[in-house]
Design a protein around this ligand. Structure first.
Ligand SMILES: Nc1ncnc2c1ncn2[C@@H]1O[C@H](COP(=O)(O)OP(=O)(O)OP(=O)(O)O)[C@@H](O)[C@H]1O
Length: 245
């Protein structure tokens, strides 16, 4: 790990092999003049395939902003984001939404499931958009339901599931299309500590077995304990980057 400074912010560099996320001088400002908020300043970051990384920092330090920019859900004020070596800021709207669908799985603290669809249908939805055959969809849904411990509950709608079960559906939905990257914004924030710990272990197992890259924004000490890399933000700047290999 190399940590140097540039324009008062840190440069966090991973191993140069298999970089899946790269940000260059990434900035996001809101408002102007007296109301200017520098939510993220000159963030230079590389994340390699298979990392299990937590982004931490006080409330308002820019964690969600960074995740949203990496995921192409928000547009930088300046700087670049490369995912799998593609510049997402140069993509058109349709290109970006197709790219997001095929490369990124999102998990949010509010689950964001589609209420009228069953657990199985929520999990299948992205694969339907990707044109994956019914036989392949069924096979993958069966495997992922087993992996997240939801067998037997696949026909229930979100309102008929507990918070922890809904978050498991959200994790299954994020993972089933085999994206390169899973971005999880405070995924355990609405769960009791046992459910949150179980879900975390499940994600860690999936990360180890399938080498999927996870990036969390979190205040949860349990995620911080399990993370192999911790990136700390303060006032929109990366101030620390610790690896635990
Ligand atoms: N749409 C917006 N308009 C104006 N300011 C914003 C907007 N979104 C975020 N901010 C500001 O940018 C800064 C960073 O916000 P962000 O949500 O990224 O922080 P965070 O570290 O994720 O906080 P928390 O831990 O509370 O979720 C904060 O000062 C916030 O008020």
């Amino acid at each position: 790990m190399v940590l140097t400074t540039n324009n008062n912010c840190a440069i966090a560099q991973g191993d140069s092999k298999a970089i899946v996320i790269e940000t260059k001088q990434l900035c996001r400002h809101f408002g102007q003049g007296d109301t200017l908020v520098k939510a993220l300043s000159n963030a230079n970051l590389t994340i390699n395939r298979g990392e299990f990384t937590a982004i931490i920092g006080p409330s308002g330090s820019g964690k969600s902003t960074l995740l949203q920019l990496i995921g192409g859900l928000d547009t930088p004020s300046s700087g670049e984001v490369l995912l799998d070596n593609r510049h997402i800021s140069q993509m058109t709207g349709t290109e970006l939404s197709d790219f997001r669908r095929d490369h990124i799985g999102f998990i949010f603290q509010a689950y964001n499931l589609i209420p009228v669809l069953s657990a199985k249908e929520n999990i299948e939805y992205i694969m339907l958009l990707q044109g994956i055959s019914p036989a392949e969809r069924n096979k993958r849904v069966k495997q992922i339901l087993h992996a997240v411990g939801l067998e037997g509950l696949e026909n229930r709608r979100p309102a008929e599931l507990s918070g922890g079960q809904q978050q498991r559906v959200a994790v299954a939905r994020a993972m089933v299309s085999k994206p390169s990257i899973i971005l999880a914004d405070e995924p355990t924030a609405n769960l009791d500590s046992k459910t949150g710990a179980d879900l975390l272990e499940m994600m860690k197992t999936l990360n180890e077995e399938q080498n999927m890259t996870f990036v969390f924004s979190t205040h949860d000490p349990k995620i911080m304990e399990r993370a192999r890399r911790i990136i700390r933000l303060v006032d929109g700047c990366i101030v620390d980057d610790e690896r635990r290999d």
